[in-house]
Design a protein. Structure first.
Length: 370
């Protein structure tokens, strides 16, 4: 088969990009089509994509696209639809909010790995508070209505098979697109058991995610401030300055870190604090659990299906400092087994991802022949 991969855009490094990397490992000769590629914004993570055959859409030539990519996303569906993919037997799009799923595959099968239907278009919390300003609220509401119509149209007409990254995302696909999907969880790098540290060798709490409104890092920082607990904060985002202003003496802001540094941080943490709201899947808690580290997460979205309460972590119900503090205090009173936690995380490993993707491709190929 001639295979191509399509990804929304390459300007940040998160769970969607890790999925793209796993797909590229399966098909290393496949070109990767993307709206645009911003190596400067990728920072230390740009090296992950070195040597890839990356092909940008015409959007990459639009002035200031790397800064105005969000308001200019109304152009994205057209840019992806204009790609000539007629020479491919299989196209796998990795899509969230930037319309990679709008590509047309006239002579092959189009499988969309959907990280979530675009959150802003369907009322879910997003990285910034665009509704606070009356001008951006008015413009954003109109734009999202227009884009929602396009999103539903291309999802129904251009995609042959949907893969959802979680049951939560599968429910959203069914609700908004009226389409069925197959759940294949994202791939997690699970370390060997020799890297597991004992509970006695774990000395701090950890927050590792984007520093944005929907992730609620301020809850983790404030809770640890008030409890006097050591917290290491890993991540980049618009809330960086605010968090540094409220951080007390027990909070350490680490900004961005390499994969190896993050692995070491996971391994040495008492627990991961994950106050993210309506997460689509949530790779970070599973990554932490791979190192035997329990997760304390908000009871919403994907973590509900990856964390076993009382065994691999705990939940808190309200997005408030008090609710998170109570969960941390409860956590301090009960034992957790790093070995059992790591064993649970192993079911989300890369081989499981590859098997799931391969099965979907085989079944989709048979359908196309019939």
């Amino acid at each position: 088969m001639k295979v191509a991969l399509v990804h929304d855009y390459l300007r940040e490094f998160g769970g969607a990009e890790r999925v793209l990397m796993a797909l590229h490992e399966m098909y290393p000769d496949a070109p990767v089509y993307t709206a645009f590629y911003d190596t400067a914004a990728m920072g230390i993570h740009a090296g992950h994509f070195k040597g890839w055959d990356i092909r940008e859409t015409w959007l990459a030539r639009v002035p200031l696209i790397k800064k105005l990519y969000s308001p200019l996303r109304f152009l994205a569906s057209k840019a992806f639809a204009d790609l000539d993919l007629s020479g491919y037997d299989l196209v796998i799009s990795s899509s969230n909010a930037y319309f990679a799923k709008a590509v047309k595959v006239p002579n092959g099968v189009h499988i969309c790995y959907c990280h979530t239907p675009p959150r802003a278009m369907y009322g879910y919390s997003v990285m910034g508070d665009w509704r606070r300003n009356p001008i951006t609220r008015f413009g954003g509401t109109l734009l999202n209505h227009f884009l929602r119509v396009i999103d539903v149209k291309v999802s129904r007409e251009n995609v042959d098979v949907f893969i959802a990254n979680s049951k939560e995302t599968a429910r959203r696909i069914k609700k908004f697109y009226k389409r069925q999907s197959i759940v294949v969880h994202p791939p997690i790098d699970v370390p060997t058991k020799s890297k597991l540290k004992s509970v006695a060798d774990r000395h701090y709490y950890l927050y590792a995610s984007r520093l944005t409104l929907s992730k609620h890092p301020e809850l983790a920082v404030t809770a640890c401030n008030q409890l006097g607990l050591p917290l290491k904060v890993v991540g980049l985002g618009k809330m960086d300055t605010t968090l540094k202003e409220i951080a007390g003496p027990t909070i350490e802001m680490l900004s961005d870190v390499s994969d190896q540094e993050l692995a070491d941080l996971y391994a040495g943490a008492k627990a991961l604090l994950y106050p993210s709201e309506d997460e689509d899947f949530g790779m970070v808690p599973v990554e932490a659990m791979g190192y035997g580290t329990p997760a304390i997460a908000h009871r919403s979205g994907g973590p509900i299906e990856t964390i076993v309460e009382g065994e691999t972590g705990l939940f808190f119900d309200e997005l408030s400092v008090e609710s998170l503090k109570k969960a941390i205090q409860k956590f301090q009173e009960q034992p957790f087994s790093p070995e059992k936690i790591a064993a649970h995380a192993a079911r989300f490993n890369k081989p499981a991802f590859r098997r799931g993707i391969s099965k979907v491709i085989r079944e989709a190929s048979l359908l196309s022949k019939n």
